[in-house]
Design a protein around this ligand. Structure first.
Ligand code: ATP
Ligand code: MG
Length: 697
């Protein structure tokens, strides 16, 4: 049991009778404490289903389940390993009725939310609606409802948004829908206001473990407090220096409040970093020590000095991408000291950047060099139009009152129900305060809609009811696959895709996505894939149950980390992960730190006072840099460009202040451009050798 844990880690793992906080720097084995503690809890007799481990993303949950599986085998399936949001779904599904919510409520994604907001606020402007959504989300994360938001609004604009929020909330209630923030806010309401529900959950979960605690927000903390109760059997692990979601409402107050709210809190610090070489760790420490210290920490590594951290400069983004690819080539070929020994597979490399759009030139350069890669943190599979179409149908089965889902499914594919009919139906439904689906069968509908249209509407309604009924009773993988195949044929979805797309190749790719999606759905019904809902995954589930949790899943290919490919990722999405070789790219002023203020605001590059707001943003950007540096195990390169695109122009660019803050040894830091030539030669030599090997009989 003690294998692979140091004394402080063991301390944290063995302390199970009260609240425990592990506060430690990057790579010190915090996440490892959680997986081992799950094992320990089971050993001392806690039932696996009474243990909950909360992760920051679904992907992290999948990974943790894998790690737990290798420690404890099958029992890992029953441990609740999921995000706060997924736990929220479970609480609401079991007890949401108390708040007047059907167990089959819909979960709206951000796009649905924006459309509803446009409607409520009477605006067609996407950017404005997003701004509203953003503000409302922040309020919800602070635990404010529309009324409270209005009361504390500082200006007219905020008051307008608070009014829109009230309409938006009304609309969601009518649709029996919730948005992502509600998945935390509503469970909190339930737990706070209903003692029986709270008591039930305190009994259901005996020990709660929370990873990445520094990035929880105020409402999540309240949920945690209610679930663990006065006994406070929980383990939180986190690092205040890695708090990078302040912009989304995460708050370090949660760290500060723990010892006050739980006076018997046991605080454990871990000091040994098992991930990075000393050279990398030193650069990380140098940067982060410039932030004010909330909790003093020291970190050391026994992995040796290692290769110096390199700084790479490039003319522009394309050149930077070429140099990154050349670096991968030379490390793979073993022509650099970094490349000596192992860790030279594609999956050992990551290219990390501040913003999604920066991936483009790197993707192009990797393609040219025929290197396999994946982009994580980018567009989700579930954002593709064809997948959203199918999900709309599922949502409608689950919750007939989900009007946005109704409108999308009734028109994909089109089934002879025109816009005019839908508009008439909409007016009728509003007038009688019915959902669109309820309105279908209202006896007075013929007064509002032509008799021919009524026929089609009824047919659609009956079809949906029938599907819903059958989906409820469709259990297991094979039955689910048969059901989905037949349904797609019935609605003529393949033809719909080909009709709607001039380019056959595009249509074919869309259809492939659809099939892949169905296959994956069916797999979930078989229970052979981890379940983001946090429900027990070992039993087979009905198609209807599986459909309800879909909007919570961000990526279809959750096991993608097993593929042998180079990772391209945003810094935010890289949290908690590690790679032997990391390249931080676009480390320029204005990108990292991201544009700190208006051009005429003082950004701290020259002497003089900075405003408090800018200072705080700079500190969060610095933590992001720290997160980036500490992802690297053996080698780290940091690159910047002398010029960069701004709109259509190329403008002069500066290296990020964070490069200076790493305080590298100048004589070793700069990468030699001749490396590229050497690398190319080596790559050709290796290809020739590979070809010769293949040609051999
Ligand atoms: P982060 O702050 O980035 O989330 P972390 O503190 O969660 O990092 P882990 O990911 O748990 O750190 O561990 C970092 C690496 O060190 C992993 O590869 C892990 O397997 C390894 N590790 C952790 N503890 C030990 C140990 N006691 N002995 C050997 N290796 C360890
Ligand atoms: Mg971790």
């Amino acid at each position: 049991m003690s294998a692979g844990l140091n004394l402080a880690q063991l301390d944290a793992v063995n302390y199970i009778s009260g609240p425990c906080l592990v506060l430690a720097g990057a790579g010190s084995g915090k996440t490892r404490v959680i997986t081992h503690k799950i094992q320990r809890l089971i050993e001392v007799g806690v039932e696996p289903q009474k243990i909950a481990a909360i992760t920051f993303t679904n992907k992290a949950a999948t990974e943790m389940r894998e790690r737990a599986k290798s420690l404890i085998g099958k029992a890992a399936k029953n441990v609740v390993i999921c995000t706060f949001h997924a736990l929220g779904v479970r609480i609401m599904r079991e007890d949401g009725a108390v708040l007047g919510l059907k167990p089959q409520f819909s979960i709206l994604d951000a796009d649905d939310g924006v459309s509803i907001l446009k409607d409520c606020g009477g605006s067609t402007d996407l950017a404005t609606a997003r701004q509203w959504q953003w503000t409302i989300s922040l309020w919800k994360n602070m635990g404010l409802n529309a009324e409270q938001a209005a009361a504390q609004a500082p200006d007219d604009n905020a008051r307008v948004i608070a009014r829109i929020m009230a309409l938006y909330e009304e609309r969601l209630t009518a649709y029996q829908s919730v948005d992502f923030d509600d998945l935390i806010g509503l469970p909190l309401k339930l737990l706070a206001e209903h003692e029986d529900v709270r008591a039930k959950w305190q009994k259901t979960l005996a020990h709660v473990l929370v990873d990445e605690y520094q990035d929880t927000n105020a409402t999540q903390y309240e949920v945690l407090k209610h679930i663990v109760g006065a006994r406070g059997c929980f383990t939180a692990v986190g690092d205040d220096d890695q708090s990078i979601y302040g912009w989304r409402g995460a708050t370090l107050d949660n760290l500060k409040r723990l010892p006050q709210d739980f006076p018997n809190l046991k605080v454990i610090k871990l000091e040994q970093n098992y991930r990075s070489t000393s050279a990398i760790l030193r650069a990380a420490n140098n940067v982060i020590q410039l932030n004010p210290k909330l909790f003093p920490k020291t970190l050391f590594s026994e992995l040796g000095e290692g290769e110096p951290v390199r700084v790479v400069d490039a003319d522009n983004e394309e050149h930077e991408a070429e140099r990154a690819v050349a670096r991968i080539q030379s490390i793979r070929a073993g022509t650099t000291t970094e490349g000596a020994g192992q860790h030279r597979e594609f999956k050992d490399f990551a290219i990390l950047y501040r913003a999604n759009h920066m991936a483009r030139p790197f993707e192009q350069a990797l393609r040219r060099a025929q290197m396999p890669y994946k982009v994580s943190g980018g567009q989700s599979f579930f954002d593709k139009a064809e997948i959203k179409d199918l999900c709309a149908w599922f949502r409608l089965w689950i919750n007939n009152d989900d009007d946005p889902a109704f409108l999308r499914s009734v028109t994909s594919p089109k089934r002879g129900i025109g816009h005019q009919t839908l508009a008439q139906l909409g007016t009728f439904a509003t007038q009688y305060k019915l959902s669109l689906f309820e309105a279908l069968f209202a006896s007075s509908l013929p007064s509002a809609v032509s008799s021919r249209a009524i026929g089609s509407l009824h047919e659609f309604g009956r079809f949906v009811n029938d599907l819903e009924h059958r989906a409820r009773h469709t259990l297991g993988k094979e039955a689910a696959m048969a059901f989905l195949t037949e349904w797609l044929k019935d609605i003529g979805y393949e033809k719909h895709l080909y009709d709607g797309e001039d380019n056959e190749k595009v249509a074919a790719a869309r259809w492939t996505n659809v099939l892949e999606f169905c296959d994956w759905m069916a797999g979930r019904c078989g229970g052979d894939i981890d379940d983001a809902s946090g429900a027990q995954a070992s039993v087979s589930k009905s198609l209807l149950e599986v459909a309800q949790t879909i909007s919570l899943i961000s990526t279809l290919n959750e096991r993608e980390q097993e593929q042998n490919v180079v990772t391209l990722s945003t810094l935010h999405a890289s949290k908690g992960l590690e790679w032997p070789h990391v390249m931080l790219v676009g480390v320029n002023e204005g990108l990292l730190p991201f544009k700190l203020g208006d051009d005429n605001e003082h950004s701290g590059l020259s002497d003089g006072p900075m405003s408090e707001g800018i200072l705080q943003r700079l500190q969060e950007e610095r933590r992001l840099m720290y997160v980036g540096i500490t992802r690297a195990q053996r080698s780290l390169a940091v690159s910047w460009t002398r010029r960069r695109k701004k709109g259509r122009d190329m403008v002069a660019a500066l290296p990020s202040r964070f490069i200076g803050e790493m305080a590298l040894d100048k004589s070793t830091a700069k990468e030699d451009p001749r490396e590229k030539l050497k690398a190319l030669r080596a790559e050709f030599a290796q290809r020739a050798a590979d070809a010769a090997a293949v040609a051999k009989p």
